[in-house]
Design a protein around this ligand. Structure first.
Ligand SMILES: C[S@@+](CC[C@H](N)C(=O)[O-])C[C@H]1O[C@@H](n2cnc3c(N)ncnc32)[C@H](O)[C@@H]1O
Length: 248
């Protein structure tokens, strides 16, 4: 029998950091990343912050395109992976261990673009989501962009298939669910939280941003030949949602 081990918060990410060696998941590679990079567009010479950057995959991509990048994450193990990647590639990226709920240490930055990818369901309260977005508004210049990409709250695979307690209830903000990763044959779980589209919308517009675009990306055609079932499933509902927001 395979028991799940629950690990909370930053320790979970430190203990699962080795999983990143396997590269991007199919969802990231064939759905989220291409759409995210397309909407981000040209970043040459732009000052960019990647919040909850994980192993720095997005940060490194943007630095390769000429952005002046800072990547923050509260997992020191993941930040180390990012630092090593940047070193190997000869990229100068400012990777820092930092909790997104308190970015006081970089308060003096004036940024062009902030990216938040797959962070918000790992925050356990609406107040934390509001606080992260409020700080983004302080860090960006007027007209600067905040791009948030998250699992689609109405359709996400985890919510539908991996709920820990009871049934999925879309309107229950903060509904906890299992977030499980397989590490060396063991299941390691953390708790993530379901937030509604209205929660995201309110946190964005109440904190000095307007939403310019919403994108529900589809899988790339090339992924059809790789795994037909996966492609068919992921083509029938939106796995992710991207908010392109402008600082007012
Ligand atoms: C699903 S991963 C996403 C990583 C990366 N953004 C990407 O899209 O590949 C979630 C990340 O959020 C980070 N994280 C969760 N809560 C955080 C917090 N309060 N402050 C900073 N990082 C946090 C984790 O350490 C992990 O790297």
């Amino acid at each position: 029998m395979c028991y799940k081990v629950y690990v909370k918060g930053q320790k979970f990410w430190d203990q699962t950091a080795s999983d990143y060696a396997g590269g991007r998941t199919k969802g990231r590679k064939y759905i989220l990343d291409p759409a995210l990079f397309e909407i981000i567009g040209n970043v040459e010479g732009k000052k960019v912050l990647d919040i909850a950057c994980g192993d720095g995959a997005i940060t490194v991509f943007l630095a390769k395109k000429g952005a002046i990048c800072t990547g923050i994450d509260y997992s020191s193990k993941l930040i180390d992976i990012g630092k090593n990647k940047a070193k190997e590639l000869g990229l100068s990226i400012n990777f820092k261990v930092m909790d997104a709920r308190n970015m006081e240490a970089i308060r003096n930055e004036v940024l062009d673009l902030i990216v938040i990818s797959l962070l918000l369901p790992h925050l356990s309260s609406k107040a934390d989501i509001e606080s992260v977005i409020k700080q983004c508004a302080l860090l960006l210049h007027k007209g600067g962009r905040l791009i948030i990409s998250e699992p689609h709250p109405a359709f996400d695979f985890y919510m539908r298939n991996k709920l820990r307690i009871g049934d999925f209830e879309y309107f229950r903000s903060g509904l906890p669910y299992d977030f499980t990763m397989n590490i060396d044959g063991k299941k390691l779980s953390s708790i993530a939280y379901h937030w509604t589209l209205q929660d995201y919308y309110s946190a964005i517009v109440n904190n000095n941003f307007q939403i310019d675009k919403i994108i529900e990306p589809r899988p790339l055609d090339i992924s059809k030949g790789l795994d037909r079932k996966w492609y068919k499933d992921r083509s029938s509902y939106p796995s992710y949602i991207i908010f392109d927001c402008i600082k007012k």
